[in-house]
Design a protein around this ligand. Sequence first.
Ligand SMILES: Nc1nc2c(ncn2[C@@H]2O[C@H](COP(=O)(O)OP(=O)(O)OP(=O)(O)O)[C@@H](O)[C@H]2O)c(=O)[nH]1
Ligand SMILES: [Mg+2]
Length: 382
Amino acid sequence: MFKRIANGIAKAIEKAKGLSPFARKAQAAQGLEEAKKALETGWDGESKGAKRPAILICGYTGAGKTSLLRAIFGKELVGDGLIGHGSPCTKSFERFENERLIVYDSKGLEPGISDTAFLDSLKAFIKSREKDSDGGVSMLWYAIQGPGARVTSCDLALMNGVIPEATIAVITKKDISKPEQLQAIKSSLLSNGAKESRIIEVSESDQESLKALCEASEELLPEKEKEAFISAQLVDLSAKRAKAKKIIHTAAAAAAAVGGANPFPLTDSAILTPLQGALIGSLAYLYGMDKAAAIHVFTPMLAEIAGVSLASSLAKIVPGLGELVNAAVAGALTEAIGWLAQRHFETCAKARIEGKSEPCFEMPGVPVLKELLEQAMKKRRA
Ligand SMILES: Nc1nc2c(ncn2[C@@H]2O[C@H](COP(=O)(O)OP(=O)(O)OP(=O)(O)O)[C@@H](O)[C@H]2O)c(=O)[nH]1
Ligand SMILES: [Mg+2]
């Protein structure tokens, strides 16, 4: 995708050569219009490369299944009023979904229900999903609450009898469990054939524990589903950062190729904005932002980027840039803009985890831009 957009930019640079300085500026400004479209292309490109995983969560009633889903995927996916304080809450299989993921939250197993009846209903449900156009259930999170300190024969039958190769045992409510209770559950699971890496202790308010569950899940999912899962979850920010780095480097390499093949004046650098728009769109998908929201929030940013470039203030911000956009400068400009957007997305993700409202994007002042650009230039020179 980035290469395709870069090819279009290379043609625009070629076309600009014979134009007057005024016409060149107008043409560079035109890049902004294309950048808005590219933002959408970037978002679509990233989402097409991913496939929604379907996670099924089950376990006894009150184990904390719905609470866990809310803590990892946010209130936007699992709404208010679905947590049962005092009485069983979730009825049958509830499906929650967004553009990145499907989750099936199951009714909790209640004492008195026969193991075999529950196991059969779960197997029938998984079978029925196989015909789903979205594909079948990818993974099972089996919740066992820590303070209960026991693993029942029914727990084992469910964990070993449904999709054992894609099951993670999740010991919940770690915060109110004694170490010996957690240990008792773990030993029992291990002695019944569970893998240590597939047993995760969590509590809904311990981010590190939730991140560990995400990491174990990422390992288990096929590549395309892993991409979508990383984008859907809110707690493993390091996985998002690693993916953001790859996206930024691919876009920066495409920009460097354009600048390297045909260097152009720094005052025309707005011509690169379509590439930067696609980059921001890709990052927006990764950080869980809706396409429409991304366009709404980042169009002004693209305009400001184009504005800084058109006003030829870039040379003033970083005098070392020189007068030509060559491979190093094109790559560094794109990389700096990528990290600028990534910083904003990460701040938004943290705000969502803490239940705060997301801050608006504000174009940083000259010192921050200068620092980002200088860092990117230094890396390119090295
Ligand atoms: N201390 C503590 N309480 C928790 C945690 N997770 C959930 N709870 C509480 O456990 C109770 C049950 O939580 P739910 O998320 O409704 O449990 P569930 O497994 O979905 O229950 P059903 O829908 O009935 O099957 C609620 O009072 C939650 O607030 C946790 O990590 N720590
Ligand atoms: Mg529930």
